[in-house]
Ligand binder design. Structure first.
Ligand SMILES: [Zn+2]
Length: 205
């Protein structure tokens, strides 16, 4: 379907995937992603204990001490980076979708080590505008994490996580302003799992 869309489309169409990271996924994912000509592979964390017994699976929505949720979440993001199997982290502050309110000092303490590991891995994060349509009513991530990422030269991409063609590109005006406010001057364009940096302003034009 993607190849047919690519052939018919006047705009570039990429083949990408969002693949969950969970402990033990590495060998499967390494083999599987190499079977297809992906342009980009996004990694994400939706579960805190993927191998929990039936009935014990904990998602980011399950009530818990927010500090426990954020700490474990960012530990998993660090592990995701260390696999070297992904290009980009999707919606890097997803726990905020489900409340999990936390002081910025604590968020910083948990997020910075993960951002350092992403920088070491040469990875990017995305500004994911689906958050505008969810409870936080702002993109993932917020300005704080985006600024810390920019300081570490973690790359940047844009995504709308649209789930429907009508929503592709929703809120990109907001996202471009957020990127600039965080200090980003460029974003990455991925193709066949390599990237080039493009100036932000040219994309807004
Ligand atoms: Zn997701």
């Amino acid at each position: 379907m993607v190849e047919a869309a690519r052939a018919a489309s006047p705009i570039p169409v990429l083949l990408g995937i969002e693949a969950d990271y969970y402990r033990g996924c590495e060998r499967f994912l390494d083999t599987w992603t190499q079977k297809y000509p992906f342009d980009l592979v996004l990694g994400s964390v939706h579960f805190l204990n993927y191998w929990g017994k039936p009935g014990e699976l904990r998602t980011l929505a399950d009530a818990d001490d927010p500090a426990v949720t954020w700490k474990l979440y960012f530990e998993l993001i660090s592990e995701l980076a260390d696999t070297r199997l992904y290009d980009i982290v999707a919606h890097i502050d997803l726990p905020k979708r489900f409340g999990n309110e936390i002081a910025e000092t604590a968020l910083r303490e948990f997020a910075l080590p993960a951002l350092d590991r992403l920088a070491e891995a040469g990875m990017a994060i995305e500004i994911n505008t689906s958050g505008l349509n969810h409870a936080p009513q702002e993109p993932y991530p917020g300005l704080n994490i985006l600024t810390w990422a920019c300081e570490r030269e973690v790359g940047l991409t844009f995504g709308s996580d649209s789930h429907h063609p009508d929503r592709v590109g929703t809120g990109f005006d907001v996202a471009l302003k957020l990127a600039a406010d965080a200090g980003y001057k460029t974003s990455r364009h991925y193709h066949q799992r390599e990237f080039t940096e493009q100036p932000l302003l040219a994309q807004g034009a």
